[in-house]
Design a binder for this molecule. Structure first.
Ligand SMILES: NC(=O)c1ccc[n+]([C@@H]2O[C@H](COP(=O)([O-])OP(=O)(O)OC[C@H]3O[C@@H](n4cnc5c(N)ncnc54)[C@H](O)[C@@H]3O)[C@@H](O)[C@H]2O)c1
Length: 372
């Protein structure tokens, strides 16, 4: 898949949905005719998680659609793309920190993605962030357990954990495999997120073991791509916003921290694989192994891309964040080993960084809401 000059945001999304449906075709077919609940479906990963199902139903379901329900508290409003899908799914305003609705009905599959994910934003509501990942998760697991106990089929439960559960690994544990135990502060400014995800995984493992439930966890490593709001506060949309505004790219660090970035269409195919085929009580890294690049190198790539796509003439400049905690406990390096997902689930990311960044920048060009 390559972006040509005629590509628009819409064609990118269509190609990506085809890519996900092809990569996770077997897993989607296993959910045909079943009921799926996605919490946090209005967010970035929800953008492709949700549209994958409606696209599958429209193009491949052969009369056995996956019946989709989305729960979200819509703290940032109902996004336009989701509003447009109202007739194709059940959209429910629900905050997962509160008790579940009494009229839930049955769900065969559950994806719990509801959580603030942006460090800039979760630091403003640390307790709310913990509650969504601990209490919200617990309610859903109890519900799933109840479904099993009343003899209803339970196909799979996916909890969105995070690569942040590894904290700031020592050099010997980079790249990082699932059996690394982590180096995490339990009181620092990121702890509300990291520790809630860690406890969430502990809940998942023990519901799987004690109650025989097919509960799994995914650990996303820096996903990016269409659907990630340009105002989200994560690095790629921040840089994209600077390009589209025609101003210099502002880097709020010395640029030395490194990451590997995984394009969302590859990642979402991986998440459906974990949900349907992952082993109960197991966690899977979902990301890419290379290239591991510094924020300074990322900035340069986006400058070059901006020049090619939009005639951008800016450069990368350094500034200090007004948020004193911006860099506290920020891992220096983050890079996964994905052998477990690759060998057990057939997860194989295909869209390389240059291609993914190009696709993202074209998408941002067509989705400028919030560019200022
Ligand atoms: N995107 C990544 O690279 C990444 C990395 C690690 C982990 N994750 C995890 O994946 C999941 C999805 O991440 P995302 O990037 O789509 O985040 P996002 O912030 O874009 O979307 C999260 C969605 O959850 C909703 N939400 C938040 N709190 C809620 C609550 N209490 N009740 C109901 N809805 C609530 C928000 O309204 C939003 O629509 C999160 O659990 C996140 O922690 C993502």
């Amino acid at each position: 898949m390559s972006v040509n000059t005629n590509d628009t945001a819409d064609t990118i999304v269509h190609q990506d949905l085809e890519h996900i449906c092809a990569s996770a075709g077997g897993e989607l077919t296993r959910m045909a005719g079943k009921r799926l609940l996605i919490t946090g479906g209005a967010g970035f990963l929800g953008y492709y998680l949700v549209q994958t199902i409606t696209h599958y139903n429209a193009t491949r379901s052969a009369g056995h659609p996956i019946e989709l329900t989305v729960f979200d508290n819509f703290s940032r409003g109902v996004p336009q793309w989701l509003e447009g899908l109202r007739s194709k799914l059940n959209l429910v305003r629900h905050d997962v920190r509160h008790p579940l609705p009494t009229n839930m009905g049955h769900f065969d599959f559950i994806i719990h993605a509801a959580s603030i994910a942006s460090p800039t934003i979760y630091r403003q509501d640390p307790i709310g962030t913990m509650d969504a990942n601990v209490n919200g998760l617990r309610s859903l697991l109890e519900y799933f357990k109840g479904e099993k106990e009343t003899g209803r089929p339970v196909g799979g439960f996916l909890f969105y954990s995070s690569s942040e559960i590894y904290g700031d690994p020592d050099a010997a544990n980079i790249p990082t495999a699932e059996d690394y135990r982590g180096s995490v502060s339990c009181t620092g400014p990121r702890a509300c997120y990291d520790e809630a995800k860690r406890y969430g995984e502990t809940l998942c493992v023990n519901f799987a073991r004690q109650h025989g439930l097919p509960v799994k966890a995914a650990r996303p490593f820096n996903n990016y791509g269409p659907g990630l709001k340009i105002t989200d506060g994560r690095v790629i949309p921040d840089f994209a916003r600077d390009v589209l505004c025609g101003r210099d790219i502002v880097m709020l660090s010395d640029g030395s921290a490194t990451r590997t970035f995984c394009y969302s269409a590859d990642a979402v195919a991986g998440y459906y694989k974990v949900l349907v085929r992952g082993r109960a009580g197991e966690a899977y890294n979902i990301g890419v192994e290379k290239p591991e690049i510094s924020m300074a190198q990322l900035g340069e790539r986006i400058v070059a891309l901006g020049a090619k796509l939009y005639g951008y003439r800016g450069k990368v400049v350094r500034q200090t964040s007004g948020d004193a905690d911006y860099l506290v406990d920020n891992p220096n390096r983050r890079c996964p080993i994905i052998t477990k997902a690759r060998t057990e689930l057939g997860y194989e990311p295909k869209i390389d960084l240059d291609e993914g960044l190009r696709r993202s920048m074209v998408w941002y060009g067509g989705n400028r809401e919030g560019v200022a």
